[in-house]
Ligand binder design. Structure first.
Ligand SMILES: [Zn+2]
Length: 333
């Protein structure tokens, strides 16, 4: 099954939108290649309100989040799906302005000193003109847009784990959010399920406009696939991701993501069955139809597949270390 993305989404930045009796949203004006049209910040409940992912640290954005509250309401909990800066950079300021404690699965996992992708180049596949053009684009790209930035400063006040319940609201309108641990995009990623409305806030785990970026070592494809399967075992009716529009009838959509990744895995296994290969060999063949600008990101994706195959004992690096530059082969069984 192919996935049909929905990119029909034009937020009105800084305006509060009421999505349901218990859900309001403000979208931050931080659109870029990773955030699509920007970070959607959800306010849950009435009276005693929880915020899911404060978003960037822009003052006018945080003003808009606080401005979304009605008279007598206050933000009493700041929930975090995962530690990427487009979700958490605004936490310290929002916390200072509300005194609300933060809730999350844990701090960000270890981050390598250098981006391992720097070792991988597809220059020999580019024409001279393409090379010059791509280099210019890359040089002009602001640092924070080169990859989704891990936020290593965040540490939750309240550590949450799978199936924990977080409640709030007013006496006659309570809300209950269940924590659903969904590692993969990051190791500490969680979704929050709003029990009263059968809604799942999916963060960056399942999005309507694109697939999740899986960047090893903290991102893990094996975990990601299991976290997709976990959602198939639940009966949430609507997903609200951080970026882009809602996903209704979510199960076929989640199955589409699983099918997509498994077909990529089959391609890799097929290629390796012809003989050992490097990621540099695999990407141009597997992504021949894809814009060459995305090949480096594709290298990360192929790497995450190889690590997943390694974990299952189906593939291994020939010279010991599993890396982006290793030569990989299938394990004889
Ligand atoms: Zn993210």
């Amino acid at each position: 099954m192919t996935i049909t993305f929905n990119r029909e989404f034009q937020p009105r930045y800084g305006e509060v939108v009421t999505l349901s009796p218990l859900i309001r949203r403000v979208v931050a004006k931080n659109p870029n290649p990773f955030t699509f049209t920007g970070t959607g910040v959800y306010l849950i409940g009435r009276g005693d309100v929880a915020v899911i992912d404060p978003g960037p640290t822009l003052d006018n954005h945080l003003d808009a989040v606080l401005g979304a509250l009605d008279e007598g309401e206050q933000i009493t909990k700041i929930l975090v799906t995962h530690t990427h800066s487009d979700h958490t950079a605004g936490v310290p300021k929002l916390k200072a302005r509300t005194q609300a404690p933060t809730y999350g699965f844990g701090p960000h996992g270890p981050v390598p000193d250098h981006d391992p992708l720097e070792q991988v180049s597809f220059d020999e596949y580019l024409t001279k003109d393409e090379k010059a053009e791509f280099q210019k684009e890359w040089d002009e790209l602001p640092d924070e847009l080169r990859r989704e930035g891990p936020d290593q400063d965040f540490f939750p006040d309240v550590l949450v784990k799978d199936r924990d319940l977080i409640t709030g609201g007013t006496a006659d309108s309570r809300f209950t959010l269940e924590v659903v641990h969904t590692p993969g995009h990051t190791s500490n990623h969680v979704c929050f399920a709003l029990e009263e409305e059968k809604v799942l806030f999916t963060g960056d785990h399942v999005m309507g406009w694109a697939t999740s970026v899986i960047s090893p070592p903290d991102g893990d494809l094996f975990d990601y696939l299991n976290s997709l399967r976990k959602l198939l075992g639940r009966d949430d009716e609507t997903y609200w991701p951080t970026h882009g529009p809602a996903i209704t009838n979510p199960h076929p959509y989640v199955q589409g993501f699983l099918d997509h990744r498994l077909s990529r895995e089959r391609q890799i296994v097929e290629a390796l069955s012809a003989g050992p290969a490097t990621i540099k060999d695999l990407v141009p063949a597997m992504y021949a139809e894809t814009d060459k600008r995305l090949w480096r990101a594709a290298a990360n994706s192929v790497f995450s597949h190889l690590l997943s195959l390694l974990r299952e004992g189906r593939a291994e690096p020939e010279d010991g270390d599993p890396s982006l530059v290793a030569t990989w082969s299938l394990v004889d069984r």
